[in-house]
Every structure is written in C-alpha cells, then in structure tokens.
Design a protein around this ligand. Structure first.
Ligand code: ZN
Length: 337
C-alpha cells in the first residue's frame, strides 16, 4: 500500500469539515482518496485488489483506516465523517451490497460491503457501481453543469457506462443501467463477450478485446499493453487490432448518442489513453453513425485520475443520494389487467 503525502498545510487548513473518504474498487486495484467538504483531494492511497471477497473487504478497510490516520496525524481533532465506495458489479444502493459481479472479481457477488466496512470502521458507508462513481467524479472534474446530461463511457479491461441526467446516474429498474458493453455492435461480430454472447461491444472494444482482435487476425496470445507496444513499433497486425477495437467503441458511442442525445460524452479508462492510434478511428466511427442534429456533439477525454474516488465521496451529497434512492424505491409498474 502506498500513500501520497497529505496536501499542503494551507490546503488542509482551508478545508472545512466534513471529511469524506472516496474509494474506487476495481478488478485490478483499489484506490482511495481523502476529500475535504469542498471536494478537494487531500491525500490518496492505493493497493492491488487481492483475490477473494474477504481479503478485498479487508483491503478496503485497511485503505480507509490509513487515510483516516493520515488526516489525524496532521489534525488530531479531525476525523472522517463518512465513506463512499464505487465498486465493480451490480450494486444495491439501498443496502450497499453487491447483487452481481462478473468473473473479474470472483466471489464478489453477495458481499455485504457497506455493512462490513461500517462494522469495522464505525463510519457510515454508501456504495454505488464504480462507473457511476466515475461519471459523478468526471462531471465535477470537467466542471460540467448539472443541467447538462452526460454519457460517460469507460473503456478498460471491460466497457462500462453511466448516463447522468440532472447530475444523477440512471440506475434502471434492476440496478443494471449503464452496462453499455453488452450492446450488439457490427465491428464486434463473431467475437465472444465476457457475458457469453457473440458480438457485444465489450468483446472487441475493451482492452481484452484488443487482444481478442489480435488473436482473431492470426496474432499471438498477447495482452493489450504488449499489442499497443507492438503497434507503436509499427507492426501492422497490432495497429489493425487496435483500429478494430476503437471502431467498435465508435459504433457503440455513435448509436448511444443518437439514442440519448447527451450534452456531453466523456471517454475514460486506460484504452482511450492509448492516444491517436485509438482515438482517430474511434472518433471517425462514432461520427459516421451520428444523425444530423447530433453531429456537433463534443467527445471529451476524461481528465481526473481520482474521478471515481471523488464521485464515490459525492454520494454524501444528500440531494444526489435521495434522487438515487428514489429510483430503486420505485416498484416496477404493473399495468391493470
Ligand atoms: Zn456481453
């Protein structure tokens, strides 16, 4: 576990209570940030995601305690008020439990995350899906007005999404809203998705998809970063694998923009960070799909490394939280028979 030093004394002194901890829990790493009430990041820490639900919960607790200790080392009288967590998987925000999770985190399904972290820390905990947390954080980092709708597309090991209306993520009727990786997409045809279906965007458009495209075109079994390195060295097969992957995300985003007509589209995650080799075919494919009135939409690259932590901490914004709860408290509509 590595901690960055607490922000400058002046920054901390200017920070007013309450202090929140935001945690971003993914398949490869767990990141945490200590935030002031004004949303300023005062300290950060991270640790690799261990194998198994019990060890993951212990790592989250350890990270939270280390950030709390960092705060108290500088200000003995100060304490953390609450914790927000953005976790991979389908989250029941009403209980903070994980309803479902893919094999990216084996055994994560069914974990009573909020309850267990509260029991160990004595702090109240709120949990949301990590991509929704990311979207909430990017909206703040990019200074996007709450009145604007925002589509966030996160492309990493998998593909996730979040659609914010009035600054609130659309959770859906079963808390599955935002699983945009599972949209059938032409450039992903014939490739198996992590959910088992053929032709979903995630199978070709994710970092794992770059590897699948490389393999499908006769290349060796390499991971995404190794293929990016080969592409950088000029290997055509590697460049083609990245191009197909980027085109897949472009087709997906183009279709979603036509469906939702968002004010802003934000691309985040490691894959869009590959650079022009990815971004140019992505943008070309996305714009080729757009209807005339959506053609001017801005496609932005996310900019905040701590976005998901910041977004998770923002769950302690009571207006936001009540609007999220209102979505899951609504029973499904049953037409009169
Ligand atoms: Zn799928």
């Amino acid at each position: 576990m590595s901690n960055s030093p607490l922000g400058t004394g002046a920054a901390l002194l200017s920070a007013r209570r309450p202090f929140h901890i935001g945690i971003d829990l993914g398949g490869t790493k767990i990141a945490g940030a200590l935030l002031s009430g004004a949303g300023e990041v005062l300290a950060e820490a991270r640790t690799p995601t261990p194998a198994g639900a019990d060890l993951i919960v212990a790592a989250v607790i350890g990270l939270a305690q280390s950030l709390r200790t960092t705060l108290q080392a500088d200000h003995a009288a100060a304490d953390v008020d609450a914790i927000g967590i953005g976790s991979a998987g389908v989250v029941d925000i009403a209980t903070g439990a994980i309803l479902d999770a893919t094999e990216a985190i084996p055994g994560w399904r069914g974990t009573a995350l909020a309850e267990r972290v509260t029991a160990a820390t004595g702090l109240p905990v709120r949990v949301i899906n990590d991509v929704h947390a990311h979207a909430l954080g990017e909206q703040r980092a990019l200074d996007i007005p709450t009145a604007h709708s925002t589509l966030l597309v996160a492309v990493g090991t998998g593909i996730g999404g979040s659609f914010l209306v009035g600054g609130v993520p659309l959770l859906g009727a079963h808390s599955v809203g935002g699983h945009i990786g599972h949209v059938p997409t032409p450039a992903a045809a014939g490739i198996r998705c992590s959910c088992g279906a053929l032709g979903h965007a995630e199978g070709s458009g994710s970092g794992t998809g770059i590897a699948a495209n490389y393999l499908a075109s006769g290349g060796e079994a390499l991971d995404g970063p190794a293929i990016v390195e080969r592409a950088g060295a000029g290997e055509q097969r590697a460049r083609d694998a990245i191009e197909r992957s980027a085109r897949t995300v472009g087709e997906l985003v183009g279709g979603l923009v036509n469906t939702l007509d968002p004010h802003n589209v934000v691309l985040s995650g490691g894959v869009p960070g590959i650079g022009p080799l990815w971004w140019q075919p992505f943008e070309r494919a996305a714009r080729a799909e757009l209807l005339p009135r959506t053609r001017g939409v801005d496609l932005l690259l996310g900019r905040s490394a701590a976005a998901a932590c910041r977004g998770a901490a923002s769950l302690w914004d009571e207006r936001l939280w009540l609007e999220l709860l209102a979505q899951v408290d609504t029973p499904p509509h049953r037409p009169l028979s």
